[in-house]
Design a protein around this ligand. Sequence first.
Ligand SMILES: CC(C)(COP(=O)(O)OP(=O)(O)OC[C@H]1O[C@@H](n2cnc3c(N)ncnc32)[C@H](O)[C@@H]1OP(=O)(O)O)[C@@H](O)C(=O)NCCC(=O)NCCS
Length: 193
Amino acid sequence: MPKLETMALPVNRITQEDFIAIKLLIKESAALPDPIKCKKGRQIGFDWIYNFESTKVLEARNNPRIIRAFCSKTISIDAHSKFLYSYSQIPRIDFMLADIESISLVGSVYLTLTSLGLEIGKYISNEAYLSAGVAKRSFQSFRAYLNNYFPESTKIISKTRKDNLANIALNSSIGFTSSGDLPGDFLLMEANL
Ligand SMILES: CC(C)(COP(=O)(O)OP(=O)(O)OC[C@H]1O[C@@H](n2cnc3c(N)ncnc32)[C@H](O)[C@@H]1OP(=O)(O)O)[C@@H](O)C(=O)NCCC(=O)NCCS
């Protein structure tokens, strides 16, 4: 897999332009993160968010458990359409996770450039797949994939509610350490890509 000229970029100062350039290169490569096998033996594959029916994506993302964990509002079909329309210009890389055999959606992993830095996000929307190693193994596959494109030792962060013990434990198990409090009872954790 070709490493970019972006290797010369300062590790923690990836701009929106850099991100979009890397995203374009990733899309042109047509490569996807490697599928994973969860503890229940199911194969879970990755694909870009825009390759799934919007209603299915929103059903997953608007799951009340996910909305609560993210402290976010539900996303309307209109807002999602606008998001997809400008997607190539948004500094985000979003993969949906789907059970390869049943093609049903399981969750998502993504990387987005925010005011805090390169923020990683993940959710498992389908309860049947919780605590089966899907988030951990998917993150590891996603991380290995991103490492083909982003500069070495790029810092990534995770913003998580302090009462989200599952995510804090998950983050710790994949090498994130706590780097301080954020307003609104959030914790900031960081790791290297
Ligand atoms: C947090 C979340 C992504 C974990 O997904 P998951 O696939 O069930 O997690 P995994 O099975 O991969 O677990 C990996 C590790 O996380 C920890 N963990 C997961 N669920 C946990 C729970 N309910 N309680 C405590 N620790 C937990 C464990 O350390 C586990 O390690 P182990 O496999 O050695 O036991 C899932 O609960 C979720 O979607 N939550 C709502 C959305 C969210 O909070 N996203 C994160 C904010 S960015």
